[in-house]
Design a protein around this ligand. Structure first.
Ligand SMILES: Cc1cc2nc3c(=O)[nH]c(=O)nc-3n(C[C@H](O)[C@H](O)[C@H](O)COP(=O)(O)O)c2cc1C
Length: 255
C-alpha cells in the first residue's frame, strides 16, 4: 500500500507530496502531520508498503518539531521516498538527514528529491512554486518510482556530520537569534481564531508562517527588524531560480 505523510504549514510540501503520491498510486493513504494532534499515533509499516515522507527545509535541516515523531516510526522493512521542499536558498543537509532518519527506522529509501517551494517568509522568493514545471518533474520522478520493484537505497547530497542549523547574520556578521520572535496580532485582527486552528506547535513559535499566510485580514505579520532584514537579504541573494534535484535507483522495470 502507498502511504504519504507530509508536514506543510504553507502548503508547498503538500502539493509536491500529493503530486508524487497520486502519480504512484491513486489510492494513496494520506496523513497530514502538520497539526500536533495528527502526530500522536506512531506510524507503523510492513514490507509491502511504499511510504512517502515530505517535510520543508528549516534552517538547512529537518524541522526540529518533527524529530520525536519521526524517530518513532516503525518502518518494518517498507520502501520509502524522502522529499524535502525548500525556499530557493538551499536544502543543505535536510534531505540526507530525512533519508538517514527513515533508514534508521527500517525503511529502505529508494528515491529522494529536493523540490522548491515559495519561501514561507516571502511574497516574492520562489513565488508560485511549485509551478507547472515543478509538477511535471515531480510526476516524471513518480512514474520512475511506480515502475520499479527495486529495493536499492539511495544516498542524496549532504554532509555527515550534518552542518549546524543555518543562522542568518546581522550587519556586524554576528549570528541572529530569532527564537523569541513571533508574528504580531495587528489592530485589525478580528479574533476569528482561524490562525489557532492551523498552528503546528503548542509551544514556542517556529516561524512557519501559516498564520501569516492564512489570516483572512492580514493581521499576522513579522515586524521584528532583524527578521525583516533577513527576509529581504534572502530575496536579494537567492532570486536565481533553482531546479529540483532527484535521486532514484538507476534501473526500472522498463530498462
Ligand atoms: C523557519 C523556516 C526556516 C527555513 N529555512 C530554509 C532554508 O534553510 N533554506 C531554504 O531554502 N528555505 C528555507 N525555508 C523556506 C521553506 O523551506 C519553504 O518555503 C517551503 O516551501 C515551505 O514548505 P511548506 O509550504 O510546506 O510550509 C524556511 C522556512 C521556515 C519557516
Amino acid at each position: 500500500m502507498t502511504k504519504a505523510y507530509y508536514f506543510s504549514p504553507t502548503g508547498t510540501t503538500k502539493t509536491i507530496v500529493e503530486t508524487i503520491a497520486r502519480t504512484i498510486d491513486i489510492n494513496t493513504e494520506f496523513h497530514n502531520i502538520t497539526r500536533p494532534e495528527n502526530r500522536t499515533v506512531e506510524p507503523e509499516f510492513t514490507p509491502d508498503d511504499l511510504v512517502i515522507f515530505g517535510v520543508p527545509v528549516y534552517a538547512g535541516r529537518v524541522p526540529n518539531v518533527l524529530k520525536t515523531y519521526l524517530s518513532k516510526i516503525r518502518g518494518g522493512g517498507a520502501r520509502g521516498v524522502a522529499i524535502v521542499v525548500y525556499g530557493n536558498r538551499h536544502y543543505d543537509d535536510a534531505l540526507l538527514e530525512l533519508t538517514d532518519i527513515l533508514t534508521s527506522c527500517d525503511i529502505t529509501v529508494i528515491a529522494a528529491g529536493a523540490f522548491i517551494g515559495q519561501h514561507s517568509f516571502s511574497e516574492i522568493l520562489a513565488k508560485g512554486r511549485p509551478d507547472q514545471e515543478d509538477i511535471a518533474i515531480a510526476k516524471a520522478f513518480a512514474e520512475g518510482i511506480k515502475n520499479t520493484t527495486l529495493k536499492t537505497p539511495v544516498i542524496p547530497s549532504g554532509n555527515r556530520p550534518y552542518r549546524s542549523y543555518y543562522r542568518p547574520k546581522d550587519e556586524n556578521g554576528e549570528p541572529v537569534n530569532f527564537k523569541d520572535i513571533k508574528p504580531t496580532k495587528a489592530v485589525n485582527c478580528i479574533q476569528c481564531g482561524h490562525c489557532e486552528t492551523l498552528c503546528p506547535v503548542e509551544g514556542i513559535c517556529i516561524k512557519c508562517c501559516t498564520c501569516v499566510k492564512e489570516c483572512p485580514v492580514g493581521a499576522r505579520i513579522f515586524i521584528d527588524p532583524q527578521f525583516v532584514a533577513h527576509k529581504i537579504e534572502l530575496e536579494e541573494q537567492f532570486s536565481l531560480r533553482k531546479e529540483p534535484e532527484l535521486w532514484k535507483a538507476g534501473k526500472t522495470d522498463e530498462n
